[in-house]
Design a protein around this ligand. Structure first.
Ligand SMILES: C[S@@+](CC[C@H](N)C(=O)[O-])C[C@H]1O[C@@H](n2cnc3c(N)ncnc32)[C@H](O)[C@@H]1O
Length: 255
């Protein structure tokens, strides 16, 4: 079958999301559940010590973190432009129709088109940086929605992974991967490649700073070499190579 090239600006997730949702919700996704999630969960665990704090889940996808926030007692707004993802998240969180019933407000909208009616103590955007064409504006939009002591937690594929030398068609290593501004993501299936933005640490830190933010924490998780996961080759690789970067950002100065 001819490979289809998809535009991330239309709702590709509406057409190619079922496998992603299945893998994500059965905790089988190595990157998500085993490498990224332990760090993200550590960064957000304080939410359970507050009553009904406002949290925004940007690009909620199937709702894994949305549900965690709800269980921790937060008031959650979950946004995603894909209706399919919102439906899956609703089901996963046990919210059948409408919104608000379980202190989760689902909105089928992109970050830049979302109009907030409240400030947030936490804005979460996991596996999202590659979707933002203008990183500075996206950080600024999130910054403007933060309450006084609010913060952003976000994650991305690790720049080391995105900018590493790649094999060219003849199988030889090619050292010019730095020139490409986008990378091909095929996690929705081999027939559904999407082109996402590649950002270096310098670009991420500069965009955050331009948006009035500073990076207050950053982790580059590796798997322990003896990690209990069925695919031992992958464990070996990801215990030696970075795949994920997780950031916490706060305002540089008080509002
Ligand atoms: C890789 S998934 C991540 C899902 C979820 N955050 C997680 O960690 O499981 C990316 C999600 O972002 C959504 N998305 C893409 N562009 C977006 C945008 N501009 N604003 C908000 N969500 C967006 C997609 O529809 C998709 O559900």
């Amino acid at each position: 079958m001819k490979q289809m090239e998809l535009d991330v600006n239309v709702d590709i997730y509406d057409n190619f999301s079922s496998e992603y949702i299945k893998v994500r919700l059965t905790e089988g996704a190595l990157f998500n559940e085993h490498i990224e999630s332990p760090v993200v969960r550590d960064f957000i665990k304080d939410i359970k010590s507050f009553k009904r704090v406002n949290v925004l889940d940007v690009g909620c996808g199937p709702g894994v973190y949305t549900k965690s926030f709800y269980k921790m007692g937060a008031n959650v707004v979950a946004i995603d432009p894909s209706e399919t993802m919102i439906d899956a998240a609703r089901k996963y969180c046990g919210v059948s129709s409408g919104h608000g019933t379980y202190n989760i407000d689902f909105k089928p909208v992109k970050l830049m088109d979302y109009h907030n009616d409240r400030d947030f103590y936490l804005v979460l955007a996991t596996f999202m940086l590659g979707y933002f064409d203008d990183l500075r504006s996206s950080f600024k939009k999130m910054e403007e929605m933060l309450g006084r002591s609010g913060r952003i937690v976000t994650s991305s594929l690790h720049p080391e992974r995105l900018f590493a030398v790649s094999k060219n068609d003849t199988g030889y290593l090619s050292g010019d991967n730095n020139r490409n501004k986008k990378y091909e993501a095929d996690f929705l299936g081999k027939d559904a490649v999407i082109h996402l933005n590649k950002y270096s640490f310098e670009q991420i830190f500069d965009a955050a700073s331009d948006a009035g933010l500073k990076v207050t924490k950053m982790k580059e998780p590796l798997l322990p070499a003896d990690y209990n996961y069925h695919d031992k080759l992958k464990v070996d690789f990801y215990s030696r190579n970075h795949s994920i970067a997780v950031f916490e950002l706060k305002r540089k100065s008080k509002k």
